[in-house]
Structure formats: structure tokens, C-alpha cells
Design a protein around this ligand. Structure first.
Ligand code: ADP
Length: 478
């Protein structure tokens, strides 16, 4: 941790004890430091503090909240290098990607600092002479969030910024593998003048203790979750008891389609970005490639050659493009999916070599069949299975043949085909001749079992607002 200039970013660190959590560098296995774990009782206390602060936070003006968010954004940009280093150390992604995530994470704060001022209601033409109708928007109340390890900063800010902008107090639970980045950005929020009770974090190695406390609490009026579909289903059910507002950003199984009229070089470029960002550990990563028969060999040749340029290793080192997997369970799962695909007839054409530690070389698999497990499951690693197809209808059926519906990508230059396929894909986000769609300006979210609710964009703040209808009656109109 000597590489970090602004030591205040690591003020969450503590001495090791029975109740502390070790944070480990997945690239080296080295323990980076310890942070305190919160007991169930401490989580309840944090919720009580959030509740006590909720009224006064909701009363601040949008302009005041906006100014605080703006200061928070500025501090994040000033500390971009340190935040990126902390992220690479605990999460593993290459430093350049980590810097990109800090900027992406900060962009939500910038965006919602503006949107805070635009939570307009409506005036409604009345149905009677003596009444006037209008709506106002108000914060839902205390908002809780549970976030994953793959985007340790952006998943916090994408939820905290709209919550705070809307006038909600925020309490987050980052993944226990990557809490340092989350604490560092929250430390900056406090330094920006946002009261400590208004934005808090709690962590426990048993995620369930915190999940139960959030879901069963009457104080929490909104839960926003990003993670696996399996845990998302469970949390949605748990939140039913207190009828909370819920947003779920869950797993994906993104198809990446190359039609016979595609610009193949552009498709290869998009495929590399879409598949290998964060070593394939994102919910919008291309999970399965469908390539038209007529361009299959051409695409595979160029794709394999581009993949051979990727460099796997410690993300702090210059030139590294693929970091480690987050843990051994993840690596084992990825390897067994590849072995299974090979035993079912797939061929490895790139990435045969095995690596020590948590590293996995990027793999390209050909002769893959749509029914294989590697196509049906979310891989969450740098593995690219490539399937042949020959008709648009067959392609659409295969692309939609999944419980997931988060992101999809396709490459074509035929405007009729583009509209037909874009409308037929059952996904919340579709990249057309583009492998990277995320931006704070556009609504991020899925359909089917990839979840519901949208993050970012003008829609993002509505997840934290209630609509109140006001009916003014008894007016004398003479
Ligand atoms: P991933 O495969 O990305 O780790 P998870 O859904 O397991 O996906 O984890 C996402 C987040 O959900 C993490 O913060 C994790 O600690 C949390 N989580 C996992 N299990 C539970 C649970 N039973 N209750 C509440 N949160 C949980």
C-alpha cells in the first residue's frame, strides 16, 4: 500500500483481529490489509443512524445536494491514480482499466449532481372545475445497496449518487473481496461534506447477515442489488415481506453476433473489448459468439490473431491487458467449462497454455454447439466460444434461448436487418456495431432473469423517488 499517496483513502484499515477481514491481492496472494467486520448489531445501529438522518437530508435543497455531489466528483478525479491503484491491488484488473473505472464511477456522480435539480413533477388538467391536480416527487427513504467485486467503485457510485441526489440516505454493502475501493470513495464523499450518517458502508464476511438485516428492516425502503441471478432471486423474495422498492441488476449471457455483411475488422475489435474487459468478469461481457457460416473462418482467424496480442499478468505491470480471476473457485469453474466443452467436441484454437496462480490465458473455442454448457452458462472469464449459424431466424432463436436478457451485440451493415434483429432481441441493451455500451448517459439494465430497474440516465434517479399525487379540492372558480 506504499504506492498510495493520499493515505486518508485507506483510513478504513485496522489491526488484524478475530473480527477483521483480510483483503487479498488476487495477482500475488499477498494480504493487503484488514478492515473491521460489522456485527448484525452494528448493522442495525447503522440503519438507525441512517433513519435519524433521513428527514434532514431529504429537506436539503436539490441545489445543496448537487453542490456536495459535485465536490465528491472533483475529489474522485483528483484522486484517480490512487483509487485506481487500490482497485488493481484488491481486484486485479489492469491499471489502465482501473483508471477507466474510476472515471466511469465518477461520471455517475457528475450526472446525478445535475439530475438532482430536475426531479420534476407534473400538473394535470383537472376532471372537475373545483379541483386542481399535480404530482411531486419525493425520496423513497433510506436506500440500501449490495454490490459485487467486479466493478468495486462504479457499482457503488451508480447506486449511491442517484440515491443521494434524490434525497435518500444510503447504506451499502460492498463485496468482502473488494471493500477498500468502496471505502476509499465513501471517504471522499465524507470529505466532500456529505454527512457520515447519510452515506455509510457495512461489511461482514457472511454476506447473509447484512442481506437479512437490509431485507427484513422496515427502515430500508429501497434495495438495489447487483450480482448473481441466484442471490437476486433470494433477495427479491426476502424484500417482499416489507414490500420494498427493489432494483435488480443480475447475471447475463450476452450473445455477440457477426452477420455475413459485417465489417469483420470492426467486429473483431468489438469482440476483444466486449469479451476481455476485466478478464471477462463482467455481466455484459460477450459470453457466446455466433458467426455466420460465410465469414466464420475469416472472423476466427483475425480474432485469434487479436487474442494473441493480449497479455496476461499482474495488472500493476506495464502492458498487461488481462488480470487474474478473482478467486480459485472462479478459475476452477472456468477451467471445467472449457474441459467439458472440449469433451463434447469443441476445439481450443488459442490459449492452450496453463498458468500458475489465479491467471487464465484467453481461450478461443471453435466447433462449439449452442447446446453446450459453456454457451448456456455465464462464463465470467476470458473464454470465447464461437458457434456457426446460417440464417437470421435460427440466430434470433438461439440468441434469445436463455433465461437472461441483459446485453447483446451484433455486427451488420444492412439497415433492414439491423432494425429487425435489434427489435427481436430480448435484451435490455443492444450494441449495434459496438462492443461497449456502458455510459452514465444511457439506461443500464436487463429484462427476463437479468433483473429490472435501470441505472444511470434520466431514468436512474426515479428508482429512488416516489410520486405523490396532490389533489387540491373545493376551489371556488367564479
Ligand atoms: P458474484 O458471483 O458476483 O460474487 P454474488 O451474487 O454472489 O455474485 O455476489 C454479489 C453481492 O451479493 C456481493 O456483495 C455478495 O457479498 C452479496 N451476497 C452474496 N450472498 C448474499 C446473501 N445471501 N445475502 C446478501 N448478499 C449476498
Amino acid at each position: 500500500m506504499d504506492l498510495i499517496k493520499n493515505k486518508s483513502l485507506l483510513s478504513c484499515l485496522c489491526e488484524p483481529s478475530d473480527s477483521s477481514i483480510n483483503v487479498t491481492n488476487p495477482a500475488t496472494g499477498e494480504v493487503l490489509g484488514c478492515i473491521p467486520s460489522q456485527s448484525e448489531q452494528q448493522v442495525f445501529e447503522a440503519l438507525d443512524q441512517a433513519q435519524a438522518a433521513q428527514k434532514s437530508w431529504a429537506k436539503t435543497t436539490a441545489k445543496e445536494r448537487s453542490a456536495m455531489l459535485r465536490r465528491w466528483f472533483n475529489l474522485m478525479i483528483e484522486n484517480q491514480d490512487d483509487l485506481a491503484r487500490i482497485m488493481t491491488l484488491e481486484q486485479g484488473k489492469p491499471l489502465a482499466e482501473a483508471r477507466g473505472e474510476v472515471a466511469y464511477g465518477a461520471s455517475f456522480i457528475d450526472w446525478f449532481a445535475e439530475e438532482a435539480k430536475r426531479t420534476y413533477g407534473n400538473t394535470i388538467p383537472s376532471h372537475t372545475e373545483d379541483r386542481r391536480l399535480m404530482t411531486i416527487k419525493q425520496p423513497v427513504g433510506v436506500a440500501a445497496a449490495i454490490t459485487p467485486w467486479n466493478f468495486p467503485i462504479a457499482m457503488i457510485t451508480r447506486k449511491a449518487a442517484p440515491a443521494l441526489a434524490a434525497g435518500c440516505c444510503f447504506i451499502g454493502k460492498p463485496a468482502a473481496q473488494t471493500p477498500l475501493s468502496a471505502y476509499a470513495v465513501v471517504e471522499l464523499a465524507w470529505q466532500a461534506g456529505i454527512p457520515r450518517e447519510v452515506i455509510q458502508l457495512v461489511v461482514n464476511p457472511s454476506a447473509r447477515i447484512i442481506g437479512d438485516a437490509f431485507c427484513n428492516s422496515d427502515i430500508v425502503r429501497k434495495l438495489s442489488f447487483t450480482g448473481s441471478t441466484q442471490i437476486g432471486r433470494m433477495l427479491t423474495a426476502q424484500c417482499a415481506h416489507t414490500v420494498k422498492r427493489v432494483s435488480m441488476e443480475l447475471g447475463g449471457n450476452a450473445p455477440f453476433v457477426v452477420f455475413d455483411d459485417a465489417d469483420i475488422d470492426a467486429a473483431v475489435k468489438g469482440a476483444i473489448v466486449s469479451k476481455f474487459r476485466n478478464a471477462g468478469q463482467t455481466c455484459v461481457c460477450a459470453n457466446r459468439f455466433y458467426v455466420h457460416d460465410a465469414v466464420y473462418d475469416q472472423f476466427v482467424d483475425r480474432f485469434v490473431s487479436a487474442v494473441s496480442q493480449l497479455k496476461t499478468g499482474n495488472g500493476l505491470e506495464e502492458g498487461i491487458t488481462i488480470g487474474p480471476m478473482i478467486d480459485q473457485a472462479s478459475k476452477t469453474n472456468i477451467q471445467s467449462l472449457v474441459e467439458q466443452a472440449v469433451s463434447q467436441g469443441a476445439r481450443v484454437v488459442a490459449g492452450e497454455q496453463q498458468r500458475e496462480g489465479l491467471f487464465v490465458e484467453p481461450v478461443v473455442l471453435v466447433d462449439v454447439d449452442h447446446s453446450m454448457d459453456i454457451v448456456q452458462e455465464e462464463i465470467f472469464g476470458p473464454i470465447a466460444p464461437v458457434i456457426r449459424f446460417s440464417s437470421d431466424d435460427e440466430l434470433i432463436t438461439m440468441a434469445n434461448d436463455t433465461i437472461y436478457g441483459l446485453a447483446a451485440y451484433f455486427y451488420s451493415r444492412d439497415i433492414n436487418r439491423i432494425w429487425k434483429v435489434a427489435e427481436a432481441l430480448e435484451y435490455g441493451m443492444v450494441g449495434i456495431n459496438e462492443g461497449l455500451v456502458s455510459t452514465e448517459l444511457a439506461p443500464f439494465g436487463g429484462v427476463k432473469q437479468s433483473g429490472f430497474g435501470r441505472e444511470g440516465a434520466k431514468e436512474g434517479i426515479d428508482e429512488y423517488l416516489e410520486i405523490k399525487y396532490l389533489c387540491f379540492g373545493g376551489l371556488d372558480n367564479d
